[in-house]
Design a protein around this ligand. Structure first.
Ligand code: NDP
Length: 287
């Protein structure tokens, strides 16, 4: 028998996932709330189900890639999940993943949550470095590993269904800060005679050079000694903040993306931690 699975949700991501399974020879049953979005895939060989319940009934392995957790509940409300292996690739919170896992178990299904660390053009392109964090049923993951590895890489991070979402959202949150920094940097130079296309690679290489500082942060958080291997102490960094703020003012750029982080750095210095790295900011954030 041909390998088969069901995919619910044919948005930008769902469609990219679908194409990889079809191209690899899987028998794919799809469903989308707006049926028109399934037409192109039908022409490529997918079977289009009339309802989500029908799509779920077609295969043991059911993958959902919908907008948010509420849309997963809506979509599966009428489906019989008894004996199904449900893989939820819809982005949500760790709490939502844990609740969805319990919800699926009550309905007789095994459950695996996934957090996609890729954008659609990276799907089906192994060199892109994309992957999915998975957490929840290890047995489900092991049994369907081959199918799950078709669209992109896989990284199973634990039985707690919330772990995939936790690590997904942690990485996205870090990315958010990076984009904030990039926005501020461009604002500083934009009104000047700076070639932005030449500035961008400088920004990329600087951020790439600085990102490995995360390794040191991990070591310090594990040991509790935030002076361990310190290169640029916090007192010096906090003093440098004045230059960053004054430059923003000179360039008539709002400092609003910088100031919340600076305030935390200054609190650590005021609390007597100026000789440390910035690692202690993590502790200030823990409510
Ligand atoms: P799209 O906005 O392109 O598609 C959303 C999908 O959800 C559509 O199929 C839509 O159906 C469906 N949908 C929305 N609400 C409901 C509902 N109430 N009931 C049933 N179906 C519903 O999003 P993407 O495909 O890009 O993203 C899907 C998931 O993948 C999201 O959780 C996203 O966070 C995640 N993801 C996306 C990435 C990206 O770069 N695109 C990257 C990493 C993760 P309809 O066609 O009828 O509107």
């Amino acid at each position: 028998a041909r390998k088969s699975l069901t995919l619910l949700g044919l948005g930008a991501m769902g469609t990219a996932l679908a194409r990889t399974w079809i191209a690899t020879g899987y028998s794919l049953t799809v469903w989308n709330r707006t049926p028109a979005r399934a037409e192109a895939l039908a022409a490529e060989g997918a079977t289009v189900a009339a309802t989500a319940a029908e799509a779920v009934a077609a295969n043991r392995l059911v993958v959902a890639c919908l907008l948010d957790d509420a849309s997963v509940g809506d979509t599966l409300a009428e489906a019989d999940l008894t004996g199904k292996d449900l893989v939820n690739l819809t982005t949500g919170t760790p709490g939502q993943a844990r609740e969805r896992a319990a919800w699926a178990r009550e309905r007789g299904a095994r459950f695996l949550d996934g957090g996609i660390m890729a954008v659609p053009p990276m799907i089906g392109v192994p060199e892109s470095g994309g992957y999915v964090f998975y957490s929840g049923s290890r047995a489900l993951f092991d049994e369907h590993r081959e199918a799950l590895a078709v669209p992109t890489g896989t990284d199973y991070v634990g039985e707690d269904a919330g772990f995939a979402a936790l690590q997904d959202v942690a990485l996205l949150s870090a990315m958010n800060g990076m984009f904030a920094g990039i926005s501020h940097a461009f604002a500083l130079v934009k009104r000047e005679d700076v070639e932005l296309a030449d500035f961008a690679p400088l920004l990329v290489s600087w951020l790439t050079a600085m990102a490995p500082a995360a390794h040191q942060t991990a070591v310090q958080l594990e040991s509790g000694d935030y002076t361990q291997g310190v290169v640029s102490n916090l007192a010096m960094q906090a003093a440098g903040n004045a230059t960053l703020l004054r430059t923003a003012e000179e360039q008539r750029v709002s400092p609003e993306l910088l100031t919340p982080f600076m305030a935390l750095m200054e609190r650590r210095v005021a609390d007597g931690h100026g000789d440390e790295d910035g690692t202690g900011v993590v502790d200030l954030l823990l409510k």
